[in-house]
Design a protein around this ligand. Structure first.
Ligand code: OAD
Length: 226
């Protein structure tokens, strides 16, 4: 079977009611990144950081996968599919995708604030001040913050560099290193980018832009792939 990699950002979950980051009503209009999504913010005001991610978690809990997530999952009938997502929601998994790599973490996990290997499934329960890991230290969200390493990046490069087809959905390609993945796809591989807005992409061979929302764009793409 042909190897297909789907690389997603906040835009694929927009039609599920989850806010993107950089659109005009996005989260980074409402919050300052430096106040809620950095190690410095965690040191300065862990309550605010926990409140921010507990709200994200509640939003994800109330959301359902949309047709775009479902169609991505259905691609597994005909392709060897790997999903790489920047999203911290679990909507790809709930739609049925079986191989999902989260580059920026996931809201349903917590981890020790002193040992990054101590990771816990906490589901949709809030993380509160006083919730501790087995070593007795405060739990933090299992999220990659600005300024932190992206531990799954090497695996993502491996997957993309071996892809026959790369589909990119709903990302402004603003955040590195994730945004650089498109450069790692083989020159001969087919590439599709679905986004309703103009996205600036580095010079890339074999790239087809589908300027649509994720649900419409995925329906068009499924027809193209068939
Ligand atoms: P952005 O908010 O930067 O970009 C969202 C993209 O989705 C934009 O290109 C929109 O045009 C597009 N979009 C909006 N509605 C859409 C729809 N219905 N269908 C398809 N696309 C739509 O989000 P990301 O690129 O995912 O990182 O942001 C990357 C990272 O920046 C996030 O993972 C997060 C953030 O700060 C961390 O928190 C570490």
């Amino acid at each position: 079977m042909r190897k297909l990699v789907v690389f997603t950002g906040a835009g694929i979950s927009a039609e599920s009611g989850i806010k993107t980051f950089r659109d005009s009503d996005g989260l980074w209009e409402e919050y300052n990144i430096m106040d809620v999504a950095t190690p410095e913010a965690w040191t300065k005001s862990p309550e605010l950081v926990l409140e921010f991610y507990n709200k994200r978690k509640a939003q994800v809990k109330g959301a359902m996968p949309n047709l775009a997530h479902n169609l991505v999952a259905e691609l597994e009938d005909n392709f060897e599919v790997r999903v790489i997502t920047q999203n911290i929601d679990d909507l790809h998994e709930r739609a049925g995708s079986t191989d999902v790599l989260h580059l920026h973490g996931i809201v349903t996990q917590a981890r020790s604030s002193v040992d990054e290997n101590l990771i816990y499934d906490v589901g949709f329960n809030a993380i509160n001040l006083g919730d501790k890991c087995e070593l007795g230290f405060q739990l933090r969200p299992h999220i990659v913050w600005f300024g932190e390493d992206v531990p799954n990046m090497n695996r993502a490069y491996e997957l993309v560099s071996d892809a026959d087809i790369l589909i990119i959905i709903g990302t402004s390609l603003n955040v590195h290193p994730a945004a650089g993945l498109i450069n790692d796809a083989p020159t001969k591989s087919k590439k599709y980018l679905i986004d309703p807005n103009e996205i600036r992409v580095p010079d890339t061979d074999n790239l087809i832009m589908i300027k649509e929302k994720a649900t419409t764009g995925m329906q068009q793409l499924v027809k193209l792939l068939n």
